[in-house]
Structure formats: structure tokens, C-alpha cells
Design a protein around this ligand. Structure first.
Ligand SMILES: Nc1ncnc2[nH]cnc12
Ligand SMILES: [Zn+2]
Length: 338
């Protein structure tokens, strides 16, 4: 396939998004509208001013701005509007299944009720299904810079909404907050029937990935790109086909890699790992899912088959039943064969 045909293939393939923080899809335009409506001060004079501030040196420099942005989200309607705006991006990007992260503690700490957060997200996802057939689930992440006791309190708060939340995850400042800090709360979440995922090996070294596997018993690793530095871990990930939800734009914007041509996703894929591509915080990282794929294709020797494999890995790793998986994979195959 000629390289100029790659964007067409990327657009045409139905895709699953498995690593998307809904708060990270807050576009500056909506941030301004909600700031004004809710009378929340934001440290920007204009949309251009916001975009200029999105120049990060590492994960923490991003998180500081991301949590400040989330302050404009106050009501259930705000969470509906936020989620609906992301659904419109799903339509543009041919995302047919999405698994959305949210950070309840970012909101409950400010006095926003858990019910407003989950209620708004859930209502928008229900409309996405009834109006556009998009399937979805919701994963609640614990903030790892806070204590395990806080995570336990959040787990308790989530129990009335258990049927709406498929799993728990772990995000925020990675270095210095290893998976071991959350072993007990992940065990409790598993006992309640939640699926388990965790950010690991994004900025911190591969020992965090080993810990997440050994101590948290996760079903998917978010990021995981540092696994390449351990032969033992690479073999383990290959043997188990443990999913890695990789976010290229994020890795570049947060300086995990200097440039797309240095990103290791092609090496991970060629080794036989189950890697897929996602957008993480697309409003902050200059692009949604298709842009992540095209940036990779522009700078790495990815073939059309590689792109199809990355897309199929997304569906294979999704928290959906086997019949639904098979139906989505058949749709991908049909487009890939055209
Ligand atoms: N890339 C990322 N890593 C850790 N926590 C996050 N929260 C939102 N985006 C994140
Ligand atoms: Zn993430």
C-alpha cells in the first residue's frame, strides 16, 4: 500500500479506544464556556493563551495544568457536555467502542458529587449508543499521588454505581507512587468484581510494570513502554499477550520520547506484544486517535498490516464479550481487505 493511502486506511478502520481520560478531552473552547457559566477563574485570557500553556516538560508539568482545567467542571450537565463533545470526536475518528477513564477524586475533593460526575458521563454514553451505536464502558481511576486510604474511600463511594463502572485504574504522578502502594485496594476492587488496569512504565522504570502485574493483578497495562528495558518482562508480556495501551502523542508531548521516530511501538509490535494505540488526553496532546496513528505512520516504518494489527489489538483487549469482539474484528477485516 502506498504511504499516501495510509491516512485513508486509518480513517476507514473502525477503532476501539481503551485509554482516554475524559477530563483530558476538555477542549479550551468548552473550558472557557464552563468557566464563564460556573464563575470559575482560569489563569488564561484567551484560547490562544491556553494553547500556548500546553507545552510540557514531563508528566507532572502536564498534570498541574490538567487538574486546574478540570475545576471548571461543576454540574452533571457539564460532565454530559464534556462526554458528548468527546463522542463527536469518536464519530470523526471512527471510534466505535470506547472505554473511558474518569478521576472521581479530582471532582469529589472540590465538592462535586460522585453522582453528578458518573451521571453526566453515563447519560452521554447512553445517547451515544442509542443515536450512533457506539458501545462503551467506564473505568474509574484512583489518583496515585493520594493515599491508599483515599482510594479505599473512593471505592466505597463507587459501590452504589458498580453496575455503571466496569473497572478501576491507577493514574496521576507515577514516579514515587509505585503500584505496591495500592495493592490492598486493588485486591478489594477485584473482590467486588471490577476489572483492573493501571498506568505503569510510562515515566517510571519497568519495575513498576512488574509490580503492577505481580501485586495488582491487572488485566491491562496503560502505557508500559518502559518494558523494552527488560528482556524477562518482554518475554512475559509476549507469552501472556498482556495488553499495553500505548499513547504516542502523549509520550511525545510529555517527553517520554524525544520524537515520533524514536517511539518504540514498532519494536514492541515486531517482538509480538499486544500493543494498541490510544489518545490519553487528546485536548492537551494535539490530536485525537487518527492523529496518533498518522503521526506514527509519518515517522516509523509501519506497514498497512501493522496498522490493522494495532487496531485489532484494541478490540482484542477490550472489556467486551467474545461475540461482540468477533463482530468488531470481522468489520476490521472487511475494511482491511478492500
Ligand atoms: N498520561 C497520564 N499519566 C498519568 N496520569 C494521567 N492522567 C491523565 N493523563 C495521564
Ligand atoms: Zn493515561
Amino acid at each position: 500500500m502506498p504511504t499516501h493511502a495510509m491516512p485513508d486506511l486509518i480513517r476507514a478502520l473502525p477503532k476501539a479506544e481503551l485509554h482516554l481520560h475524559i477530563e483530558g478531552s476538555l477542549e479550551p473552547e468548552l473550558m472557557f464556556r464552563l468557566a464563564k457559566k460556573n464563575n470559575v477563574a482560569i489563569p488564561y485570557d484567551s484560547i490562544e493563551d491556553v494553547r500556548r500553556a500546553y507545552n510540557f516538560s514531563n508528566l507532572q508539568s502536564f498534570l498541574d495544568i490538567y487538574y486546574a482545567g478540570a475545576n471548571v467542571l461543576q454540574t452533571q450537565d457539564d460532565f454530559y457536555d464534556l462526554t458528548w463533545a468527546y463522542i463527536e470526536k469518536c464519530l470523526e475518528n471512527n471510534i466505535v467502542h470506547t472505554e473511558i477513564f474518569f478521576d472521581p477524586q479530582t471532582h469529589t475533593e472540590r465538592g462535586v458529587p460522585f453522582s453528578a460526575v458518573i451521571g453526566g458521563i453515563k447519560a452521554a454514553l447512553a445517547d451515544a449508543h442509542s443515536q450512533h451505536g457506539i458501545t462503551s464502558c467506564i473505568i474509574m481511576c484512583f489518583l496515585r499521588h493520594l493515599s491508599e486510604a483515599d482510594a479505599f474511600a473512593t471505592l466505597e463511594e463507587a459501590l452504589p454505581y458498580k453496575d455503571d463502572i466496569i473497572g478501576v485504574g491507577l493514574d496521576s504522578s507515577e514516579v514515587g507512587n509505585p503500584p505496591s502502594k495500592f495493592a490492598a485496594v486493588f485486591k478489594a476492587a477485584a473482590e467486588h468484581g471490577f476489572k483492573l488496569v493501571a498506568h505503569a512504565g510510562e515515566e517510571a522504570d519497568f519495575s513498576y510494570i512488574n509490580e503492577a502485574l505481580d501485586l495488582l493483578n491487572i488485566h491491562r497495562i496503560d502505557h508500559g513502554v518502559q518494558s523494552i528495558h527488560s528482556d524477562t518482562l518482554m518475554l512475559r508480556l509476549k507469552d501472556t499477550q498482556m495488553p499495553l495501551t500505548v499513547c504516542p502523542n502523549s509520550n511525545i508531548e510529555l517527553r517520554v520520547f524525544d520524537h515520533y521516530d524514536q517511539h518504540n511501538i514498532k519494536d514492541l509490535l515486531d517482538y509480538g506484544l499486544n500493543v494498541s494505540v490510544h489518545s490519553d488526553d487528546p485536548a492537551y496532546f494535539k490530536g485525537y486517535l487518527n492523529q496518533n496513528f498518522t503521526n506514527l505512520c509519518d515517522h516509523l516504518p509501519l506497514s498497512a498490516d501493522d496498522v490493522v494489527t494495532l487496531v485489532k489489538n484494541g478490540f482484542r483487549s477490550a472489556f467486551i464479550d467474545d461475540a461482540q469482539k468477533a463482530a468488531y474484528l470481522a468489520k476490521v477485516d472487511a475494511i482491511a481487505a478492500r
